[in-house]
Design a protein around this ligand. Sequence first.
Ligand code: XUL
Ligand code: CO
Length: 436
Amino acid sequence: MSEYFSDVSKIVFEGEDSKNSLAFRHYDPEQEVEGKKMKDHLRFGAAYWHCMRNPLADPFGPGTALMPWDDGTDSVENAVKRTHVFFEFMEKIDIDYYCFHDRDIAPELASLSESNKALDAVVDELEKLQGETGKKLLWGTACLFAHPRYAMGAGTSPYVDVFAYSAAQVKKAIEATHRLGGEGYTFWGGREGYGSIINTNMKRELDHLARLLHMAVDYKKEIGFEGQFYIEPKPKEPTKHQYDSDSAACLNFLREYDLLDHFKLNIETNHAILAGHTVEHELQVAAAAGALGSVDANAGDELLGWDTDQFPTNVYDTTKVMLVLLEMGGFTTGGLNFDSKRRRESHEPIDLFHAHVGGMDAFARGLKNAAAIRADGRYENFLKDRYSSWDGELGSKIENGNTSLADLEAHALSNEPGILPSGRQEMLENLFNNFI
Ligand code: XUL
Ligand code: CO
């Protein structure tokens, strides 16, 4: 196998005292936390699109990323070569899973049948590389937002031929994911929304999107694909309003169209922020509905209002994410997919390694912190205590639906609430800091 990253050897755990910037100081894959290996808690994924295809362009200038292995063409040979670079990267960074869009791994060619053939050829290669290395596919997806035909949406396009084309692409991408043993398949509706409501029939678009998802569920069953379907919420960008705007909107859509049994959510940190929520809010909404599936791990920038997709380095945030995940009992099919890109100025191939090392270490610290918070028990006890009035006779009667407004009026007439205990927000924030 040729070495595309000849200046990097396999990244290993060296511990907190290490001064080596290409070593893990916290991520020790085999170390057990709460009785499970770190690598099995975190289930890191590398995003093919950001690692291999993102040129690091911005609206004011072209890409800067140096990709000496890439000849810049749309040839299948070039696409196949990239898969080798990517697998060498995964091997050296010690990430077990990856995620792709159909059009990242293989080129979009002049016709659907040519694009399908190119995809088959690249999937052949990926299958071989997975067999050789033991790397696995966390999820696959179809890119239904880049090509101009999708400028007005895919599953929500006003044009039926575009809808049909997107359905064909979804069918093929599910097949590719199935062939590669993918543990999941994601739907991110990048342009499933609108730029202006004045030219939009919202009800019809939502009905159509649900039809597309129902057909995907049927096809999944037909071919025996057992991976988990995910919807990935995002409120805007590229559209002004995306129908899958946040966890609550996605859950409502799935319930309304009788799809909830077939989907979980893939929550992305930066998307939560764009929706005006914290990521732990989005995770908790999904978890409460039994629908927290996977995480697209990244970070935004406090001063910028768009999807900057930065690598996660904030240990407060990773601790909060890991707390929700540990409370839920951990991932089943999901993982922490780094849907993160380097900054435009970090254009050297080696920056890919620095970026992932930082993200992986930040999550390893988050995991250790979250486990320590749980072992300490003070949060859990505080919460338990705060709601303990509900554990009495009246509380359980209400919770079980065995009271009427008149019953509660009778109770309230002789039980005025009085002065309540403090919520202790500051004390709890201080306590949290003790674990960071
Ligand atoms: C875009 C985004 C996508 C999805 C997959 O903001 O997050 O890359 O994760 O289509
Ligand atoms: Co994402």
